[in-house]
Design a protein. Structure first.
Length: 598
């Protein structure tokens, strides 16, 4: 192009750009004027929280001074002067006095009914040693009619001073006239009378995917059962003696405690139809103070026709109980939950290498790698049929070999039905590998993790497995680079936020994720620690994303549900050890104040 023509074209282009720029400025000005007029015309806010340090947890982790709420949702976030324009004669005004305001916290993994009912008839003892366990059994034997079962539930051996299961002989000595079960999740120990009343002998067959552990020399049952409680007879369940009213009252009491520690949303990670009905009954009476995402319990057994039939039944008679995403802002249907392997805390997780022999988990076999509950081919069929019906799937998956099998099944399902938008998940996900992290990123698979396990059980697991195998135990920063992880507790027994099985304080969970400190004080793999901002996201927007609710909750942005908390310290600047002791001063759910201790 000749120089003269070049300059002429450039001049014309400049004029056009100027016109376009002026037009854009006019449109922006017009938009601002329209928004101002709409604000002036709109009804006032129901609630305004001002003079605060509002951590929005938006993409930029923006900080505001105030927010306004109307009809349960956030209508404005910004500076005090702008938000105060929304004040009306009936607006509730909350002066935060400069304190930090956060989105309501979200626990991705709870068992609230089980936890609430566990202490409805009185507090449960806290066990720190085998001796304390045996003492509690002897005391219970004194007040329990002879021949009735004594059950210690979820007594994880990793948390006892001896770091081992009690033996059958020890249980016999503590309660010779009572059948006794020391239950530790998928594995537990039964005394001699418990075996006798259940008819368990050396000739009793193992149940499917379970194991009656036998003495290698005599063939007699040792009392240890791995995923084999089905062979026991007459073992009572939890909360059986409570009336429906007592059960609901216990759940409401627990939810109020959750509110007091900043939780406004939870996921019930293994709920049947009765649990779903209980939540909906509370909701209809306006008595829910925590939003519940309900993961539906499911057994992936049977042939394809049987799976399809039961998946259809899972929708309920009125087709309102599924698939994933059904429901409303208070009670929403989450993923299908299945159990793929056992647990780290009882020696039944399915591992790539054998569990070490020894008394901790009473392992005597040379090549015992834990238990896989679902055959790989069966798992693949289930994942395909679930995805075809728009169900998300999450699987209890504690060991690294179980994760290999699970991701194989997810990849298989993805060939037939893309699963990325369904957000298939891995529950616990204790031992990923570099290869499996890459597979998760490719498939959009998320993980639901429990930081308190690192704190409570890391010391024992380090002694059992050694530092090389423990390199990949809960590697938060590695997970963060590849996919979305959310923080949960797996709260199951007792109600105290720190001494429950498992500890459910979200502040403890954040502190562990930031420090990676074990109960002994040792720091495990510090390079895998999260920043403070990441730890906050772990219990807010990340958990909302895991459950496909990030457009409704998890951050304090206009249009989202007005779930917020006011706390007594700045968790971004306070000494790191102060984070776990954070106190909640105020909790709002949908703009309604459900807890206030100011």
């Amino acid at each position: 192009m000749a120089p003269r023509h070049f300059f002429t074209a450039t001049a014309i282009l400049g004029v056009l750009i100027g016109v376009i720029w002026d037009t854009c400025l006019c449109r922006e000005t017009d938009l601002r004027q329209v928004q101002t007029e709409k604000k002036a015309e709109s009804p006032p806010a129901d609630l305004i929280l001002h003079n605060a340090r509002v951590v929005t947890v938006d993409e930029r982790m923006s900080i505001a001074e105030a927010l306004a709420v109307r009809d349960g949702r956030i209508i404005a976030v910004g500076k005090n002067a702008d938000i105060l324009r929304w004040q009306g004669p009936k607006t509730t005004m909350i002066d935060a006095q400069g304190r930090m305001v956060l989105p309501g916290l979200y626990d991705s993994h709870t068992h609230p009914l089980q936890a609430a009912w566990s202490e409805a008839e009185g507090p449960l003892p806290q066990f720190r040693s085998v001796a304390e366990v045996l003492e509690a059994i002897r005391a219970q034997a004194q007040r329990t009619p002879k021949g009735e079962w004594i059950v210690i539930r979820y007594g994880f051996p990793t948390r006892l001073k001896e770091a081992r299961f009690p033996t059958r002989a020890e249980l016999d000595a503590a309660a010779p006239e009572h059948p006794v079960l020391y239950h530790a999740g998928p594995a537990g120990v039964v005394n001699s009378l418990g075996l006798k009343v259940s008819g368990i002998t050396r000739h009793t067959k193992d149940p499917p995917a379970g194991q009656i552990v036998r003495d290698p020399k005599t063939g007699e049952p040792t009392g240890l059962l791995r995923n084999a409680y089905s062979v026991l007879k007459g073992v009572p369940g939890g909360g059986e003696r409570l009336t429906p009213e007592q059960r609901q009252a216990a759940v409401k009491k627990l939810f109020a405690l959750y509110n007091a520690h900043g939780l406004t949303s939870i996921s019930d990670r293994n709920a049947g139809p009765n649990a779903l009905k209980l939540y909906r009954d509370l909701q209809q009476r306006g008595e829910l103070t925590v939003r519940v995402n309900v993961a539906r319990s499911f057994s992936p057994t049977g042939n394809a026709d049987d799976l399809i039939r039961r998946l259809e039944q899972l929708l309920g008679p009125e087709k309102q109980d599924g698939p994933t995403g059904a429901g409303d802002d208070w009670v929403r249907i989450g993923p299908i939950k299945i159990f793929l392997d056992g647990g780290m805390l009882n020696g039944t997780a399915y591992m790539r290498q054998p569990w070490p022999k020894g008394e901790a988990y009473q392992v005597t076999e040379e090549n015992y790698r834990g238990l896989l509950f679902v055959p790989p081919e069966q798992l693949q069929t289930f994942c395909v049929e679930a995805a075809r019906r728009r169900w998300a799937v999450t699987a209890h998956c504690a060991g690294e070999a179980a994760m290999d099998v699970l991701l194989d099944a997810y990849e298989f399902a993805d060939r037939f039905v893309p699963i990325r938008d369904l957000r298939f998940c891995i529950t616990h996900a204790n031992f990923p590998s570099q290869h499996n992290l890459e597979r998760c990123r490719k498939l959009g698979v998320c993980a639901d993790i429990q930081p308190a396990w690192l704190y409570k059980d890391g010391d024992t697991l380090l002694r059992l497995l050694g530092p090389e195998r423990m390199r990949w135990f809960q590697p938060y920063q590695s997970w963060w680079k590849y996919t979305t992880i959310g923080g949960g507790s797996d709260h199951m027994i007792r109600t105290d936020p720190f001494s429950s099985t498992n500890p459910w304080s979200p502040w403890l969970g954040m502190w562990v994720a930031i420090t990676r400190r074990l109960e002994s004080g040792q720091v495990h793999q510090p390079a895998e620690a999260l920043t403070r901002e990441q730890a906050l996201r772990l219990y807010t927007i990340n958990n909302a994303y895991l459950h496909r609710e990030e457009k409704q909750k998890g951050s304090l942005e206009v249009g989202k549900l007005a779930d917020f908390i006011l706390i007594d310290r700045d968790i971004f600047t306070c000494p790191v050890d102060d984070i776990r002791d954070t106190r909640v001063l105020l909790t709002g759910v949908g703009g309604r104040i459900v807890y206030d201790r100011r």
